[in-house]
Design a protein around this ligand. Structure first.
Ligand SMILES: [Zn+2]
Length: 305
C-alpha cells in the first residue's frame, strides 16, 4: 500500500512500578509518537501514558513498547546520534566525563562499553584505557561502530546485548563498566545494572548517565501544558527518537543502588544543555545549577563493602 507505514508494536502493561514493584503510581499524562513542542494537541498519531512511581521516583511509559529494537535498525546512525549530541559537544562532554571519573579511576584498565552505539565514547575510552570491549545490539549501529573503531587495536567490538555478552563471557571482569545513555532505552534497567555489577572487579566502577526526570525545563514546559495541553506530558519519548522508555532522578538512582548493593561514589546532574530558546538559556541554566535540576543524572557506583 503506497504511502503507508506498517509498525508492529508489542506493549507491556505494568500494574506496578517496573523498577521497584511499588503500586503507588501517579499518571503524568500522555506522550505522543512525535516531538510535541509547547502546544502538543494534534502533534502525533498515537500516545501512551507516562507514569511516575511515588516510591522510587522513576518515570516510565505505560504501556511500554517492548519491541522497539526495530526502530534502531531503521534509523540513520549519524542522524540519530546528532539528535542527541552535536559534534561540537562531544569533546567538551568527554572532558567533563573524564573529570567526573578521574578520582575514582586509577591507572590503566579494562573497560566494558555497554550500548556503544556508533562508538563516539568507545574511541575516547580506548585512548584513556588499556582495553575496551564495546557491545552494541543494533545491526545498523554496529556496522558504523565497527568501521569507527577498526583502527584501534585495543578495541574489540561485538554485536550483542549485555545479557548475551554476560552469558557467553561469565568470567569476564572489568575495572570500568561504562553505560552512557543506555538504561533509558531498555525495558529492564535494574537487570542491566545487576549484570554490570556482576562483571565488576572488586575495585571496579560503573559509570552511568541517564535522563533526569526532575529537569527544570520539564517543569517550565508543564506550566505551559497546564494552559494548553493539560492531558500531555513532556517526559520520555517511547515512540519516536530517541526512544526513551524511562527517566530517572537522583532518588531513583539511590533506590536502585541500594536494591543492588551498590554504593554511590559520586552523583551530579548535567546542566550544560537546557533546550530552551537562546535568550532564556543562561537564566534556565543558572537555576538548573542552583537547584541541581540538570537534564541528565551522572553517577559512579561501586560494589558495597
Ligand atoms: Zn518504583
Amino acid at each position: 500500500m503506497a504511502g503507508a507505514t506498517v509498525v508492529e508494536l508489542k506493549f507491556k502493561f505494568h500494574t506496578v512500578c517496573p523498577i521497584c514493584q511499588s503500586n503507588r503510581i501517579k499518571n503524568l499524562g500522555l506522550r505522543y509518537n512525535a516531538s510535541q513542542g509547547l502546544f502538543p494537541c494534534g502533534k502525533g498519531q498515537m500516545a501512551v501514558n507516562t507514569h511516575r512511581c511515588v516510591q522510587c521516583d522513576s518515570v516510565y511509559s505505560n504501556p511500554m513498547p517492548i519491541n522497539i529494537n526495530q526502530f534502531y535498525e531503521s534509523e540513520n546512525p549519524d542522524e540519530y546520534f546528532d539528535v542527541i549530541l552535536t559534534k561540537d559537544d562531544i569533546l567538551k562532554r568527554w572532558e567533563s566525563i573524564q573529570q567526573f571519573m578521574q578520582n575514582d579511576i586509577k591507572g590503566l584498565a579494562r573497560v566494558l562499553d555497554v550500548g556503544a552505539g556508533i562508538g563516539i565514547w568507545t574511541r575516547f575510552l580506548a585512548k584513556r584505557f588499556n582495553e575496551v570491549i564495546a557491545i552494541e545490539p543494533s545491526g545498523t549501529f554496529f556496522k558504523v561502530l565497527k568501521k569507527n573503531t577498526s583502527d584501534a587495536s585495543n578495541i574489540q567490538a561485538l554485536q550483542c546485548t549485555l545479557e548475551e555478552f554476560a552469558s557467553e563471557h561469565s568470567e569476564a571482569r572489568f575495572d570500568l563498566v561504562f553505560i552512557h545513555e543506555v538504561l533509558e532505552h531498555v525495558p529492564n534497567p535494574v537487570e542491566i545494572l545487576s549484570i554490570a555489577r556482576n562483571m565488576l572487579k572488586n575495585s571496579g566502577i560503573i559509570y552511568i548517565c541517564v535522563p533526569n526526570n526532575r529537569w527544570l525545563t520539564y517543569e517550565l514546559v508543564k506550566l505551559v501544558y497546564g494552559l494548553t495541553g493539560r492531558c500531555f506530558t513532556p517526559h520520555l519519548a517511547p515512540l519516536h527518537p530517541p526512544f526513551h522508555l524511562y527517566e530517572f532522578s537522583k532518588n531513583t538512582i539511590r533506590y536502585m543502588a541500594s536494591m543492588l548493593n551498590l554504593d554511590i561514589v559520586a552523583i551530579q546532574t548535567r546542566t550544560d544543555r537546557t533546550y530552551v530558546p537562546g535568550l532564556l538559556h543562561p537564566i534556565v541554566k543558572f537555576f538548573s545549577r542552583l537547584l541541581d535540576k540538570g537534564y541528565e543524572v551522572e553517577v559512579l557506583l561501586k560494589k558495597s563493602t
